[in-house]
Design a protein around this ligand. Structure first.
Ligand SMILES: [Zn+2]
Length: 179
């Protein structure tokens, strides 16, 4: 629990004391600054009125122990996930444009298949805009890409950290409450 962390007053964050990397599960952490740091929030009070909305919350910045190799792999995975997401959008938009221009020459089966693709893509886009970004999609791609390197993606280790697990069970959230 908290005994596995100490508060770094210079950087105002909780540094992990565990020496075993949470992502590959065997390498030793050489430098705590290479750990994965993220913010966690807890709403203190919420006042909702029609014209006025005020959210007060606490936030803490804490790290999950990570070795140098996993840090480098996470950087690589992050780049690859962005490229994969761009390629995915380009492919889907390309498919939609090409299929619509040939739709009157397509057999019924292919039209039905295309409509299913449009619907799935529409749902993904709607979901992404409701969650205000593509971050959920990026996280999902990162989980899949991490499998290739046999490590956990940055946010996957959250559930395995006892201290963070306790915070999440007590109402702390990884997403910042909307102001
Ligand atoms: Zn590691």
């Amino acid at each position: 629990m908290l005994e596995n962390y100490y508060f770094d007053t210079d950087k105002q964050r909780f540094k992990p004391l565990d020496r075993i990397c949470s992502y590959c599960g065997n390498a030793t952490v050489n430098n705590e600054d290479e750990s994965f740091y993220f913010k966690i929030f807890k709403e203190k009070s919420r006042l909702d009125l029609i014209v006025y909305r005020n959210v007060k919350y606490s936030e803490i910045n804490l790290g999950i122990p990570r070795c140098t190799s996993c840090k480098d792999l996470h950087k690589k995975i992050e780049r690859q996930s962005i490229l994969t997401l761009i390629a995915f959008h380009l492919f889907c938009i390309g498919y939609i444009l090409v299929s619509i221009s040939y739709i009157n020459r397509m057999p019924l089966g292919l039209i039905v298949f295309s409509c299913i693709i449009y619907l799935i893509y529409f749902l993904i886009i709607s979901y992404s805009s409701f969650s205000s970004s593509n971050s959920d999609l990026l996280k999902l791609i990162q989980i899949v890409l991490s499998l290739k390197y046999k490590i956990l993606s940055p946010y996957e280790a959250l559930d395995k950290n006892e201290f963070i697990k306790k915070l999440l069970e007590n109402g702390w959230k990884v997403e910042s409450p909307n102001p």
